[in-house]
Ligand binder design. Structure first.
Ligand SMILES: [Zn+2]
Length: 488
């Protein structure tokens, strides 16, 4: 995700085909979990009805008696314990006042038969399919039907001004770690999502004339006044769509044949923004390693923050203009390397993908001087704003400046943003100056190549830099990650 942070904020704050051929480890023998979802959008009622068939593969070393799924849309219901929007951003998210939505699961079956299932979790946001005997490497067919009630909201899940966002919208399997499923709720800070690679076939039927952008390769089938858009994607961590009868789509190929699509309802500079998308894919492919998929869709959507990353799909706020819009596009595309490619625990280690995505944005400008943004100035601004932030933070609030806090342990969105994006980008710039350019970019390439298609821990990231640079860097990294107020 990209939030817009600036010194001004501080002043006011004191208050498919190529799927993973580039990077899937060649020794993966176990097939991935597959999702087959058929959904229909009712644009009058702003609801979605869907049937989801999951072939869940037990990729753990444990015998499982249950499989858990996140029900993220539950966070949008009235009375949710964890609202998906911080109080400070309610008016941005809900332009005509708070509107509720949610998900209702009506049926669940295992291998075609009725089964034990219930909804629980910390916030009634986890579907638990019980009574299974699933050995390591075995799989089970889980079929479910559900309906979605979309809120009128400028958020990952919702609609506004005829544009529908379907991000984190379907039951998605929880990660299984240390003998238990991860059931982290929908925190309002950061991107509280964490899921494993899977293969997807998803169709959305909507009125003819509605254009749908989503994760993966796309085809359409028109049946009178209804059109079904079908996406297929292999080896992706998540699946997202956005739909509108207002979308225009521009398309261009990158130097290495990646199809980049840019969707917008209103944009006077659409051609230039498509070029920025293509330039970003080209630049990051050169700096870090080839983009892992054959296509990328970028859509201007109603969104309260700068943007939101999904595999092969990027939401960028249609409320942005000028430099902020350009920056958001670049930042979100960088997440195709740092999140979609190399995964990390976004709940506990958000600095890993956000710090790299934000520093990658600076690297983009450094490598594309025609854009007229001085990379050194960008780093200097980040440093200045972070120092101002920490001074204000210490004087008025005090507290923790570590970067490895759980999302719910940041005291505000601003606290989260300054530590994961701003301090995160400064950390990587500092590492670069410590080890030198050649070693730094070699380490980033190795990190991408080694962990693309996997989840990297903070320790693995540090070890990767230590190995490539042949330097002891652990205490250096940790002084930043665990750091106290004031960098220098
Ligand atoms: Zn981000």
């Amino acid at each position: 995700m990209k939030k817009t942070v600036s010194i001004i904020v501080i002043a006011t704050m004191i208050v498919g085909l190529f799927a993973f051929t580039a990077c899937t480890p060649g020794d993966v023998e176990t097939p991935l979990t597959t999702y087959d979802i058929k959904a229909t959008l009712d644009v009058d009622g702003m609801t979605v009805t869907a049937e989801e068939s999951v072939n869940y593969v037990n990729e753990t070393d444990s015998e499982l008696s249950s499989v858990y799924f996140h029900l993220y849309p539950s966070a949008f219901r009235e009375g949710a314990k964890y609202a998906p929007v911080a109080d400070s951003h309610v008016s941005d998210a809900y332009p005509i006042g708070v509107d509720y939505g949610g998900i209702t699961v009506s049926t669940v079956a295992v291998n075609g038969k009725s089964c034990e299932w219930s909804i629980g979790g910390e916030d009634q946001d986890v579907l638990m399919v019980n009574g299974l005997t699933l050995l390591p490497g075995d799989s089970v067919d889980i079929d479910m039907a559900f309906t979605l009630d979309l809120p009128l909201a400028r958020h990952r899940f919702g609609y506004h001004n005829g544009i529908v966002n379907l991000g984190n919208w379907y039951p998605v399997a929880c990660m299984y770690e240390d003998g238990a499923f991860r059931t982290d709720p929908y925190y309002s800070s950061g991107d509280p999502f964490y899921s494993g690679l899977a293969d997807y076939t998803v169709s959305l039927t909507a009125p003819t004339g509605w254009n749908v952008a989503g994760t993966g390769s796309v085809s359409t089938s028109i049946n009178g006044d209804q059109t079904t858009t079908t996406f297929t994607a292999s080896g992706v961590r998540d699946f997202a769509m956005t739909a509108s009868d207002k979308y225009t789509c521009l398309e261009e190929q990158t130097e290495k044949g990646v199809t980049v699509r840019y969707y917008y309802a209103q944009d006077q500079n659409a051609e230039a923004h498509l070029k920025t998308c293509v330039d970003a894919v080209n630049t990051f492919s050169e700096l870090f390693g080839d983009y892992a998929y054959d296509s990328l869709s970028v859509a201007l959507t109603p969104f309260l923050y700068g943007g939101m990353e999904y595999p092969q799909m990027v939401f960028v706020s249609n409320g942005l203009t000028g430099d902020l819009l350009e920056e958001a596009i670049i930042h979100e595309i960088a997440h195709q390397w740092w999140y979609a490619g190399v995964g990390n625990d976004q709940i506990n280690d958000a600095w890993m993908d956000e710090g790299l995505a934000e520093y990658s944005t600076t690297l983009f400008y450094e490598n594309n001087p025609d854009y007229g943004v001085d990379a050194k100035d960008r780093i200097a601004d980040a440093m200045q704003s972070y120092v101002l932030f920490t001074e204000a933070y210490e004087e008025h609030i005090g507290g923790d400046t570590s970067m490895n806090r759980r999302l719910c342990d940041y005291f505000s969105q601003t606290d989260y943003s300054f530590h994961t994006y701003v301090k995160g980008s400064l950390l990587f710039d500092s590492v670069r100056h410590t080890v030198g350019d050649e070693e730094f970019f070699s380490a980033l390439k190795t990190y991408y190549k080694t962990y693309c298609g996997k989840i990297a821990s903070d320790e693995e990231l540090i070890a990767c830099f230590e190995n490539v640079c042949d330097m002891s860097l652990k205490s250096f990294f940790e002084s930043w990650i665990n750091g106290t107020v004031g960098l220098y």
